[in-house]
Write a protein that binds this ligand. Structure first.
Ligand SMILES: [Zn+2]
Ligand SMILES: [Zn+2]
Length: 258
């Protein structure tokens, strides 16, 4: 059983509802069916095997198996795995994996982007994504992760012409979008911004439109931030809902007659 009775959903934190008899649920991450005894209102379920995986393994498996063409949706699913820490360079691999997977699944990547290319993006990313170095050198590992995606797509290498230039410009644009969200740092905000920026660049440079879902993703992780979430300063912050009339003298439906 992946989600125990009376415990919050491991994916979204919602209160789960116990079911009288074990039911078959589909794993949110791998799609396999397994018996469970409680339901998340949003339909999440994590099988035993996926619960036991490391975040990097889940990121790699999802990148290779997903059929989604939306890099942000793939990234959000990867972020939902409970093993992913709030901060850390797993997010660089997450960006590389989500973006390469969406590209592979798009009509433009069909037959051109392979699982070997996705593995190559992971390899290149982990060489330059070193935890804490966003503060120590000013380079967040997510920037070279996007660079790896562009480089693989273009076949860029040291000594190549416009391929290398376009790749470098992509890294600059992504670094800019990351710096705009800093103070303090947040790998999840960086990942979302980098994917959006990289998708925009693909449209501008190559006329390739990846269907990034409309509207900013709302973050479910702000309470876990070790340095304090930027809250209203972050475009992905989900404000707590409140009754806007609770402290107001105005009563809806009341008409002023004075
Ligand atoms: Zn859930
Ligand atoms: Zn699973």
């Amino acid at each position: 059983m992946a989600i125990n009775n009376n415990t919050p959903c491991l994916v979204c934190g919602s209160a789960t509802t116990p079911v009288a008899k074990a039911e078959s649920f589909v794993c949110t991450f791998c799609g396999s069916s397994e018996q469970g005894r409680s339901k998340c209102p949003e339909g999440h379920f994590i099988c035993e095997a996926c619960q036991g995986k490391t975040a990097l393994r889940v990121i790699e498996d999802l990148a290779l198996s997903t059929t989604s063409k939306d890099p942000l949706a793939i990234a959000e699913l990867m972020m939902a795995h409970p093993g992913l820490p709030m901060l850390g360079c797993e997010h660089a691999s997450l960006v590389a994996g989500a973006f390469m997977a969406a590209l592979k699944n798009s009509p433009y990547g069909s037959g051109k982007i392979t699982n070997d290319d996705i593995h190559e993006a992971f390899k290149r990313t982990t060489k330059q994504a070193v935890s804490g170095h966003c503060g120590l050198t000013g380079v967040c590992g997510i920037a070279p992760a996007v660079g790896a995606c562009f480089s693989i797509f273009l076949g860029a290498r040291c000594g190549s012409d416009s391929e290398q230039k376009i790749t470098m410009e992509a890294v600059i644009r992504v670094s800019r979008s990351i710096a705009d969200l800093t103070g303090p740092s947040c790998c999840k905000a960086y990942a979302r911004a980098a994917i959006t920026e990289a998708s925009n660049l693909f449209g501008e440079r190559f006329g390739i439109i990846l269907p990034v879902r409309s509207g900013a993703a709302l973050c479910r992780h702000s309470g876990k931030h070790p340095h304090g979430c930027r809250e209203e300063k972050c475009p992905y912050y989900q404000k707590p809902s409140r009754d806007i009339f609770a402290e107001a003298k105005f009563v809806p439906g009341m008409v002023c007659t004075s």
